[in-house]
Design a protein around this ligand. Structure first.
Ligand code: NAD
Length: 496
């Protein structure tokens, strides 16, 4: 058991980054607490309306010159940022573990996935090219120019505090826009470190701003006429507020919401490969992933397959090592805070009340590596005999809870998943191409896994979502993000 050095050593009050300056906020101050140790590690401001308005003004002022900066020159800053992120890779990863609670390997994965978006956005000189038709009529040509729109708000959730703003921000600035990032106030430190590196990479003042806070900041972004659009990732109730608010004020919007992901296991699945995939899917990031497995649907009426499979699942889950994520032997960290743990406990209680069979109970004293308060720790929990009518079978729990259902056949498994209001990341485990194809074809899910438990699209593919998991048209990441952050200006020309 070796605990890696904590990068945040002193409790400081976080500042906002506005117009290239680190500015103290006059807003209320809240503690950021390490969920494993229970110690405060920083103080975060809940910024005021005036402060977010100052950031919007700074970004508006920076926009005309930034837009005129050539795409190649803009991407040179991104190449420099990529180098700086690599140099500071371990520190950034440890910050995430220290304030979010995920394991260091999970944080390193998050940092890598964030950097990949910077890498993809470095292709903007070609990604942003328009197209041209000569002679649409005699002597007349027509072409389209993808043009930046101005200032965008980027609002992130707590569960991937470093990576998620990078699904949008690199594309926004590469295409010539300016951004205001509002990190989750629960774990803002990795965004602060990112902004320091952005500054060091030579982005002009006002191009990339960070304003900490909550609803006031979000409402001002929604209402302010100086904001061209918002890229939001978070829970479904908030995504609906964002989508509606942007509709009312005529802003373009990406609003990614919550999830309830179904993992169907066919009787012909490769069991030894499926079990480890299910472990990371259901219990990785302590179940706090929009792509986490939530419901395991075991397909077929063969009781011996079911019993044998479930025995193996329970044995594997019972071996998960829990503790402080900076101990690199640990496989699952705490939940982000006490309130989130209580919410998950409420779901476990509801599962019992609604008649599900509690096969593995994660409540009570959790066996942890090291000596840490139990406050945010919860052991992995498994329910069997779950039905879609139960809260644990239909709502997003966002914790280390596996709900197990059975389906007679593939059609029934697909029906169960499709009846759920969410459609984020559903998966099938099978050795049949026909079943895989049928699942992929019938399932209403933005991201689909075939023998993959965490369907996280690479940076050069869109991060999709359907039904209550996504509101909007274009998605974050890759080409769709480039399209989202630009408008098509169509030019038709005739010279007499
Ligand atoms: P959240 O909706 O509580 O918060 C997200 C952001 O919105 C935060 O920055 C928060 O400060 C702000 N916010 C919260 N309530 C608000 C309100 N009423 N008005 C205005 N702003 C508000 O989400 P969270 O708890 O931080 O994140 C977890 C959720 O995000 C889960 O539901 C998860 O599934 C979802 N998520 C979705 C994706 C995806 O790609 N679809 C990815 C990650 C997380």
């Amino acid at each position: 058991m070796a605990i890696l050095e904590e990068p945040i050593k002193e409790v400081k009050t976080i500042k906002n980054f506005i117009g290239g300056e680190w500015v103290e906020s006059k807003g209320e101050i809240k503690d950021v607490v390490n969920p494993a140790t229970g110690k405060a590690i920083a103080r975060v401001p809940i910024s005021t309306k005036e402060e977010i308005e100052a950031a919007i003004e700074a970004a508006k002022e920076a926009f005309p010159d930034w837009r005129r900066t050539t795409p190649l020159s803009r991407t040179r800053r991104l190449f420099r940022l990529k180098e700086l992120l690599e140099e500071n890779f371990e520190e950034i990863s440890r910050i995430q573990t220290q304030e979010h609670g995920k394991t260091i390997d999970e944080s390193r994965g998050e940092t890598r996935r964030g950097i990949e978006n910077v890498e993809v956005a470095c292709g903007i000189p070609t990604l942003m090219q328009g197209y041209f038709s000569e002679d649409i009529a005699a002597g007349i040509d027509e072409w389209v120019i993808p043009t930046p729109l101005g200032v965008f708000g980027i609002i992130g959730p707590f569960n991937f505090p470093f990576m998620i703003p990078l699904w949008s921000a690199p594309y926004a600035v590469a295409t010539g826009n300016c951004v205001i990032v509002k990190p989750s106030s629960e774990d803002p430190n990795s965004q602060i470190r990112l902004a320091e590196l952005v500054d060091e990479a030579g982005f002009p003042p006002g191009v990339w701003n960070v304003v900490n806070g909550g609803r006031t900041v979000v409402s001002s972004l929604l209402e302010h006429p100086g904001i061209a659009g918002i890229a939001f990732v978070g829970s479904t109730p908030t995504a609906k507020i964002i989508y509606k608010g942007c509709g009312e004020t005529g802003k373009r919007v990406i609003a990614q919401g919550g999830a309830k992901n179904f993992m169907a296991v066919m009787p012909d699945a490769n069991v030894s490969a499926t079990i480890p995939a299910l472990m990371t899917s259901f219990f990785g990031n302590t179940g706090q992933r929009c792509l986490s497995g939530a419901v395991l649907v075991i397909v077929g009426e063969d009781d011996s397959f079911y019993n044998d499979f479930m025995d193996k699942v329970v044995a594997a889950v019972s071996r998960i090592i829990i503790g402080y994520g900076l101990d690199d032997s640990v496989q699952m960290g705490p939940l982000r805070d006490k309130e989130k743990k209580e919410r998950v406990l409420g779901y476990i209680e509801s599962g019992i009340q609604q008649g599900a069979k509690l096969r593995l109970d994660g409540r009570g004293k959790v066996k942890i590596v090291g000596d840490y308060p139990q406050t945010c720790f919860l052991g992995p929990t498994i329910f069997e005999n779950v039905t879609p009518e139960m809260k644990i079978g239909s709502e997003e729990i966002f914790g280390p809870v596996m709900s197990v259902m059975r389906a007679k056949n593939l059609d029934e498994a697909i029906e169960i998943a499709n009846a759920n209001p969410f459609g984020n990341g559903n998966a099938i485990f099978t050795s049949s191409g026909k079943s895989a194809r049928e699942f992929q074809y019938q399932i209403t899910s933005g991201n689909v896994g075939i023998n993959i438990g965490i369907v996280a699209p690479m940076a050069f593919f869109p991060f999709s979502g359907m039904k209550d998991s996504f509101f909007g048209t274009l998605h974050t990441q890759g080409r769709e993000a480039v399209r989202f952050f630009t408008e098509s200006k169509v030019v038709i020309q005739r010279w007499l």
